[in-house]
Every structure is written in C-alpha cells, then in structure tokens.
Ligand binder design. Structure first.
Ligand SMILES: [Cu+2]
Length: 125
C-alpha cells in the first residue's frame, strides 16, 4: 500500500519536472497603446520579480515611451539596460521611469536588468 503511494508520488514528481523543463511557459506580451492619432505610443511595464509584460510590440515610426514601474525592492532590478540603444537607467523603487524608444528601425531589441539576469524584449514592426 505504502509502496503504491510512493510510486504515485514519484509519477507526479516526474510529470511536474517534465512540465517545468519542457512545457510551454506563458510569456506575457503586450502591444503599446497608440494615442493622439498615432503620433505617439506608450506601454506600461511592471517591474516585480521580472518584467510584466516581457514582450512589448511597438509600431514602427511612431515615437514610443516605455513606462517602467518598479515595485520589486531587490537591487537586482534597480536598473534597466537596452544595449542596442546605449540606455542604462536607474529605476527608483515605487516610481515610474519613462524611457523613450527609437522606433525608426524594425526589429527585436532586448532589455535586461543591470546584471543581465532578467530580460524583456521590444518588437518594432
Ligand atoms: Cu539583476
């Protein structure tokens, strides 16, 4: 009886591990809100144990602003870095930091925390 239970727990554990490593994890994505007759666009990114959303889609050629709001107290997330654009900005806890994004070129542009541990991505198309 106890043996059967152990096997059952074993099967559940294996299933969980398989799901954890090979399952499709949801990546939160968002499209920017285009305002004022498509003259600018904005998107909010919550910084709390990572980035929510992790992928932001922007319209090419429309000036864009990403608004990073850091709720996470960890110093890991206290900077945001866009290597392609030479952006390296502090994110004060509890504040919203506006970062202007160059949308003149289509493509995918990653951002990361100061230690390159957490990542997000801007898609310009
Ligand atoms: Cu970090």
């Amino acid at each position: 009886m106890a043996h059967g239970l152990a096997i059952g727990i074993g099967i559940i554990l294996v299933a969980f591990i398989l799901w954890w490593f090979f399952g499709k994890h949801q990546v939160s994505t968002a499209e920017a809100t285009v305002v004022e007759g498509a003259k600018k666009q904005t998107a909010d990114v919550l910084v709390d144990g990572g980035y929510k959303p992790e992928v932001v889609t922007l319209k090419q050629g429309v000036p864009a602003t990403l608004k990073f709001t850091r709720k996470d107290p960890s110093t890991c997330l206290d900077r945001v870095v866009f290597p392609e654009w030479g952006i390296n900005r502090p994110l004060p806890e509890g504040k919203t930091e506006e970062i202007k994004i160059d949308t003149s070129q289509a493509g995918e542009f990653e951002w990361a925390c100061g230690m390159d541990m957490f990542h997000g991505k801007v898609i310009v198309k």
